[in-house]
Design a protein around this ligand. Structure first.
Ligand code: G6P
Ligand code: MG
Length: 217
């Protein structure tokens, strides 16, 4: 039985995936990498420095920048992103997610955050959602980011639950791979997540009743 839920943040709870894309698009233009829908999708769930490496590689620029220059590019992206998220309010919680969090809390489920974003605590505060979570995995302490299972395994630890009692919610292929690798139940949100055990087309579909129905319970 599922007793806890590990949430991704960007694109699952908050409508911030578009802001990451907007800021990375600027970086791609600056380094001369063509911005494509495939690149945009592949960057979802990927850490800041890994995202920059993917953008450089996509344009064949992986050897054109020193570490210091890469750090400056990543810092500039984060500044641009920071300006975009400063406008967030509870109105930017994705459809259905406030109700789902309330339903889980009322049902006595545990909740933890498994976001690769170092901006996650700030975003939860802007959205007024901090108190729902028993813990937030700090991505700075990870050995490997998504698709590695570590972050979702750590979320189960935070909730003090074995992996088979945890469900993870994700909008990225890298994240679904991480959940599956951790031995948890993967719930994919969006239409590009064939590896997810349960699939919802959008956040408005996410509820305990729909989850039970999808699992045939
Ligand atoms: C999430 C997003 C990614 C982002 C990553 C790191 O996983 O889906 O697009 O690159 O977090 O975010 P940060 O805020 O630390 O740069
Ligand atoms: Mg996401």
């Amino acid at each position: 039985d599922i007793k806890g839920f590990a949430f991704d943040l960007d694109g699952v709870i908050a409508d911030t995936a578009k802001f990451h894309s907007q800021a990375w698009h600027q970086t791609a233009t600056k380094v001369g990498t063509e911005w494509t829908p495939e690149l945009q999708e592949a960057l979802k769930g990927v850490s800041r420095m890994d995202s920059l490496e993917m953008i450089l590689k996509a344009g064949g620029h992986e050897n054109d920048y020193s570490l210091a220059e890469k750090e400056a590019l990543a810092a500039e992206k984060n500044d641009n992103y920071g300006k975009l998220i400063a406008t967030l309010t509870p109105a930017d919680i994705l459809p259905g997610m406030q109700a789902f969090l309330d339903e889980l809390r009322a049902g006595g489920y545990q909740m933890a955050l498994a976001s690769a974003s170092k901006n996650a605590p700030k975003i939860l505060k802007y959205l007024g959602l901090t108190d729902y979570f028993v813990g937030i995995v700090d991505p700075a302490t990870l050995h490997a980011g998504k698709p590695d299972p570590e972050i979702f395994a750590r979320a189960a630890e935070v909730m003090n639950l074995p992996a088979d009692q945890v469900a993870g919610l994700e909008d990225s292929a890298a994240g679904i791979q991480s959940i599956n690798g951790a031995g948890e139940l993967s719930i994919g949100i969006g239409d590009q997540l064939s590896a997810a055990t349960v699939k919802f087309t959008d956040t408005a579909q996410v509820s305990l009743a729909n989850l039970r129905a999808a699992l045939g319970e």
